[in-house]
Design a protein around this ligand. Structure first.
Ligand code: SF4
Length: 326
C-alpha cells in the first residue's frame, strides 16, 4: 500500500496559553487560547478554519507560523519539527510560511512604494541580481492582475481589493509552501471578495501552494476550502470535507453557524430551521467542564456537563466531538 503523503504543515496537540491581567491588584490568570488541537494541511490544499471571534482561529494561525510561541505540542513543516527553531534556522523556514492579513496596511508600509514592499521578502530571503529582482517584481504584479506601472505608487493610491492583491504578491514573492490568510477578504465587498478568492485559487493551481484560510464568513470558506475545521473555545469540534460539513454538519455548533448563513433559494431558506444560539460565549479563562459547548447547546444532556466528548469519525469524512455521535 502507498504511504500517505507528508502534510505540508501539521500541528499536533498544540497549546497556546496567555497570561491575562485581572483584578485591581494586577494579578494574572492563565487563558488557554488554543487547547490541544491537531491539524494537517496537504499539498495544494486549502483548509478553512472557522468559528466565532475569540475561538482561537487567529492564534492558531500565528502559532503555526511561529509568530507567537506555543506552550505545548508540535509544529511541523514538510515533516521538519520547527517548534523550537530559533535565530537563523527559524528565519530559514519563515520564507516557506507567509501570511495575508485582513487589513493590507498591516503588511504594507504606507510610506513605501509598492515595489519596496514586495521586494522586502525578496531581499531578505533570495540573493537576486538587480535584473532578476526587477523581472520578479514585474512577474508578481502580472500574476496578481496589476501592472508593473503600479510598482512606483503608494498603498493609498489603490482600492481595498488592489491593496489585497499587492499583499498577496508580497506573500507569494518568495515561493512559500504555506500561506495563512487571516480574514483576508473580510473587509471587501462581495464581488471583490470573489475576485480575490479566484486569484488565490489560480495561484494555488499554478504553484501547488497550500492555504490555511481563517474566516468567520462561511460562504467565503465554502467557496475556497477543500476541508474545514470548526473551532470553539480553543478546541476543534468538527473537521470534514467542505461539501459534507456544509450539507451534513455533525456538531450542533457547526449546525448553528451554518443556520445563520442565507441560502440562495428563498424556498430552502423558508424551510430551514434557524438555530439561534442562546447564552454568551463562556469565559475562555474559565471554560466549562465536560463539553465546552454545553452551556449553549440546544441538545445538551446530563452527560455533556461532566464528560469531555471523544473525537469520533463521521460518515463522509472528518471527525466530530459530540456525545450525540459517540
Ligand atoms: Fe451538545 Fe452534548 Fe454534543 Fe456538546 S456533547 S455538542 S453539549 S450534545
Amino acid at each position: 500500500m502507498a504511504e500517505a503523503p507528508v502534510p505540508v504543515a501539521e500541528v499536533e496537540d498544540l497549546d497556546v496559553e496567555f497570561r491575562l491581567r485581572r483584578g485591581p491588584l494586577g494579578g494574572t490568570v492563565p487563558l488557554r487560547a488554543v487547547r490541544g488541537i491537531d491539524l494537517a494541511i496537504g499539498e495544494r490544499e486549502t483548509l478553512g478554519l472557522v468559528g466565532e471571534s475569540g475561538s482561537g482561529k487567529s492564534t492558531t494561525g500565528r502559532a503555526l507560523l511561529r509568530l507567537i510561541e506555543p506552550t505545548g505540542g508540535r509544529i511541523r513543516l514538510d515533516g521538519q519539527d520547527i517548534t523550537a527553531l530559533r535565530g537563523e534556522a527559524l528565519r530559514g523556514v519563515r520564507r516557506k510560511m507567509q501570511m495575508v492579513f485582513q487589513d493590507p496596511y498591516s503588511s504594507l508600509d504606507p510610506a513605501m512604494v509598492v515595489a519596496e514592499s514586495i521586494a522586502e521578502p525578496l531581499d531578505t530571503h533570495l540573493a537576486l541580481t538587480r535584473a532578476q529582482r526587477t523581472a520578479r517584481l514585474a512577474e508578481l504584479m502580472e500574476q496578481v492582475g496589476l501592472s508593473r506601472r503600479h510598482l512606483n505608487r503608494y498603498p493609498y493610491e489603490f482600492s481595498g481589493g488592489q491593496r489585497q492583491r499587492i499583499a498577496i504578491a508580497r506573500a507569494v514573492a518568495v515561493h512559500p509552501r504555506l500561506v495563512v490568510c487571516d480574514e483576508a477578504v473580510s473587509a471587501l465587498d462581495v464581488s471583490t471578495q470573489n475576485q480575490i478568492l479566484n486569484l488565490l485559487e489560480d495561484i494555488q493551481a499554478g504553484s501547488g501552494i497550500s492555504y490555511l484560510f481563517i474566516a468567520h464568513d462561511l460562504a467565503v470558506v465554502r467557496h475556497i476550502a477543500h476541508r474545514v475545521a470548526v473551532m470553539y473555545l480553543g478546541e476543534i469540534v468538527e473537521t470534514g470535507p467542505t461539501d459534507r460539513l456544509f450539507d451534513r454538519p455533525a456538531h450542533p455548533y457547526t449546525e448553528a453557524l451554518l443556520s445563520a448563513v442565507p441560502l440562495p433559494s428563498p424556498r430552502r431558506q423558508r424551510e430551514r430551521e434557524r438555530i439561534v444560539l442562546t447564552g454568551e460565549v463562556p469565559d475562555a479563562a474559565d471554560p466549562p467542564p465536560g463539553c465546552s459547548f454545553h452551556t449553549r447547546c440546544p441538545y445538551v444532556m446530563q452527560r455533556c456537563r461532566v464528560e469531555v466528548p471523544a473525537e469520533t469519525p463521521v460518515e463522509g469524512g472528518g471527525t466530530v466531538r459530540c456525545h450525540l455521535r459517540g
